[in-house]
Design a protein around this ligand. Sequence first.
Ligand SMILES: [Zn+2]
Length: 273
Amino acid sequence: MVPEAFVLVAAGGLGAAIGSFLNVCVYRLPRNESLVHPPSACPRCGTPIAWYDNVPVFGWLWLGGKCRSCRAPISAQYPLVEALIAALWVASAWAFGLTWHAAAAAVFGTLLIGITLTDARHYIIPHEFTIGGLVLGLAIAAAQGWSQLIASAIGAGVGFALLISIAWAGEKVFRKEAMGGGDIWMMAMVGAFVGWKGVLLTIFLGALIGTVVFIPLAWLTRHHPHWERTGEVDSGSGMPHVPFGIFLAAGAAAAFLAGDALLAWYWGFVLGG
Ligand SMILES: [Zn+2]
C-alpha cells in the first residue's frame, strides 16, 4: 500500500510538469510549431530558458515574472496554468485514489483545460488534444477491461456521429460552416471518457451554457460596435465567433463528475417523478 501523502505529492509534481508542457502546447499548436524544437526561449531577446528557471510555478516566482537577461515580463498565465493542472491532478488522486478512474479524471481535465485555452484565444481546437485525447481515453478504458473499452468506443462513435450530423444540418440551415472539425473530434474524445449518455448530457449542457452566454454577448457586440476586436466578430454575418468548444468543455466536465446524478434528476423531472 502506497502512503497517501506520497501519492498526493507525486500527483502534484507530475501535474505541475504536465501543466508546464500544456503551456507549450497551448502556445505552439495553434501556430503549427513543433512541441520539442526549438527549446523554450524569451520571445523578446531569444535567450533560451535555463532548466532551473523552467521549474513549474517556482521558476516564474523567483524570476519575479521577468526574463533573466532582458527583464521582459513573462505572462502570469504560465504559472497559473501549471498550478491549476497540479491542483487538478492532486484533486483527482485525492478523490479517486490510485486508480484508473483518477487517471481518467486528471487526463480528461487537462485536455479540457487545453481546449478551453486554445479555443478562447484562437478559436482553434488542436487535433493533438482531440484525436490524441481520444487515443488516451480508449487506452485508459482498455486498461480497465473489455466492457470499459467497448463503452468508451461506443461513446466516441456516438459523439463523432452526433456532431457530424449537427454540423451537416447547420450547414444546410445557415448555408455556412457552423461547426468545425475541431468540435467533431472533440466530442469523439469526450465520448471516450464519458460514454454515450455522457455525450448527450454534454451537448445538452454545452448548448444551454452557450445560449445563456452567447445571446447577451451577441446583443452587446451589436450595440457596442467599438468592442469589436480583430477576429472576434465574423466579417460576413457581423455576429461574434462562438468558441463553442469552451461550452462543450464545461458540459463535459459536469457530465464526467455528476453525469449519473444529473441524468437521474433529468429523467425524474421529465417523467414527473
Ligand atoms: Zn528576454
